[in-house]
Design a protein around this ligand. Structure first.
Ligand code: HEM
Length: 480
């Protein structure tokens, strides 16, 4: 073979000793920096950060290879200190290694925890909590911090579905989840120097993560205890399907002998963590982004409000079944997910050395699919940077993992199992916000002055919180 016939590693930016390509990322948000580098080095590149090589996929073709054509080989997650410490040694769904344990958990997620039955049985929770949000907003006399309100609402929804009652630990949980998001954002750089263990200690990240884990553990222990007491008192009684929350289901499954891999209490807590984190910030941040885009696009806001108002005709309140009919609103959500996917860099890991688009990826290489960059690539999207929901009315493109130019929920074996649950919360809460209020920026600020920059974390949120003035449009129902 001539030298040219041997598979070579993907191209990548030039490196410095010790730090590798870190200087190319300095001061920038990673997904933006990777996108800029991909303009020079192409849809699949190798970026050395510290002492580790990362493959970054930034084109539709590279994403399709990794998430579909060679999906089994890339269905692992990279090792991460955050997951090791906080997610109980990676015994959750998000970070568990690809294998029988993950397969079992994933099945449990799809059938028992986040499937259509659970989505249907939790509709009344969403209807109640979105109306609670509307009522709270209607009594406010000051500009509303929409982020705070949405965060509480989505946390209340997932807590009630997962733990049963509106959690008494809600405040603590929100603050722990926020701290984890923040530490993750900062840790990102540090974790890339994985072989420099000392750096974790020096940066204080490890200590912070251990503190987060202790606080979470306390919350989860209390929740499990409450559920064990409940299980004892209801033993022998036929518990109606609607009464069984996610923790009840996990405890029941733990006792079942048919499980291929036994479930531990740490495993249950780790799955609870996935549910609470996955169900809290992804949905609330997406609605905050959608509202920000609507503020900057008053015509789209008006059209969406008209659609929701028409759907309400002859009814005293919106129910989840009505939202299914709101096609324009759904396009707004799709467009918001395109421009602002909560998970920008989809983390996978190469399990066996292989060839992707003619380049060699070595076993153990962490791979990021830059969903953020692909979702706004002008090669696949006309006026890629503009907020144009109507593009989805003419383009039949979906987020179920078959269109590799649009990846808000990922694709393949590890595609998000909470998609249906998350979307149900997003659709209903956005519809209610548009139905009941007209919105204005405080202090006479103009929509074009709205800061749309991002902060990097587990979920990518808006850098500045969205604060708005709400004027009621129609009377708010007093009961659900
Ligand atoms: C707007 C809402 C959401 C978005 C945009 C989102 C996005 C994602 C993405 C991009 C992934 C990685 C997929 C991949 O590797 O291909 C993921 C994984 C995951 N998501 Fe979501 N998610 C959302 C809501 C939720 C909710 C509500 C839950 C649970 C209550 C959830 C639980 C999970 C879990 C457990 C995984 C890991 C799956 C695995 O590794 O097998 N997500 N999500």
């Amino acid at each position: 073979k001539s030298e040219a016939q041997y598979p070579r590693p993907p191209p990548g930016p030039w490196r410095l000793p010790i730090i590798g390509c870190m200087h190319h990322l300095a001061g920038q948000i990673p997904f933006r920096a990777f996108r800029d580098l991909s303009l020079t080095y192409g849809g699949l590149m190798l970026v050395r950060i510290g002492q580790a090589d990362f493959a970054v996929a930034s084109s539709r073709e590279a994403a399709q290879e990794i998430l579909k054509n060679q999906d089994p080989n890339f269905a692992a997650r990279p090792e991460h200190v955050l997951a090791q410490i906080v997610a109980y040694g990676c015994s959750d769904v998000v970070f568990s290694p690809y294998g029988p344990y993950w397969k079992q958990l994933r099945n449990i997620c799809l059938v028992e925890l986040l499937g259509t039955k659970r989505i249907r049985s939790s509709a009344s929770i969403r209807e109640e909590e979105t109306l609670n949000l509307i009522r709270e907003i209607s009594t406010a006399t000051q500009p509303i911090n929409l982020r705070e309100k949405l965060l509480r609402m989505s946390n209340a929804i997932i807590s009630r579905a997962a733990i049963g009652a509106r959690s008494t630990h809600q405040e603590t949980f929100i603050s722990v989840a926020r701290e984890a998001n923040d530490v993750f954002g900062r840790l990102y750089g540090v974790d890339m120097f994985r072989s420099l263990k000392l750096l974790h200690v020096l940066s204080g990240a490890k200590f912070k993560l251990q503190r987060i884990r202790r606080r979470l553990d306390k919350i989860f222990d209390d929740i499990v205890k409450e559920h064990e007491v409940k299980a004892k008192t209801t033993k022998g009684r036929q518990v109606a399907e609607v009464e069984e929350d996610i923790v009840d289901a996990l405890l029941r499954l733990k006792d079942e002998s048919e499980l291929e891999v036994p479930m531990t209490m740490d495993g249950i807590k780790a799955v609870m963590l996935d549910m609470l984190v996955g169900g809290t910030e992804n949905s609330s941040s997406l609605v905050e982004w959608a509202m920000s885009e609507l503020m900057r696009n008053p015509k789209i806001m008006e059209q969406a409000q008209k659609e929701v108002m028409e759907e309400l005709k002859g009814k005293n309140r919106l129910q989840e079944a009505d939202v299914v009919e709101l096609n324009y609103l759904k396009s707004i959500v799709k467009e918001s997910l395109r421009l602002h996917p909560p998970l920008t860099l989809i983390p996978r890991m190469c399990r066996k050395t292989c060839e992707v688009l003619g380049y060699e990826i070595e076993a153990g290489t962490p791979v990021f699919v830059n969903a953020w960059a692909i979702n706004r690539d002008p090669r696949y999207w006309e006026e890629a940077e503009s907020f144009r929901p109507e593009r989805f009315e003419v383009k039949s493109i979906d987020f179920k993992g078959a269109n590799f130019e649009y990846l808000p929920f990922g694709a393949g074996r590890r595609i998000c199992p909470g998609m249906g649950f998350g979307l149900a919360t997003i659709y209903l809460s956005l519809a209610q916000l548009l139905l009941y209020f007209d919105w204005k920026l405080p202090d006479g600020r103009k929509p074009e002055e709205l800061d749309m920059s991002e902060t990097f974390g587990v979920t990518v949120t808006k850098k500045t919180e969205l604060k708005l003035l709400a004027t009621p449009r129609i009377p708010i129902p007093s009961t659900v």
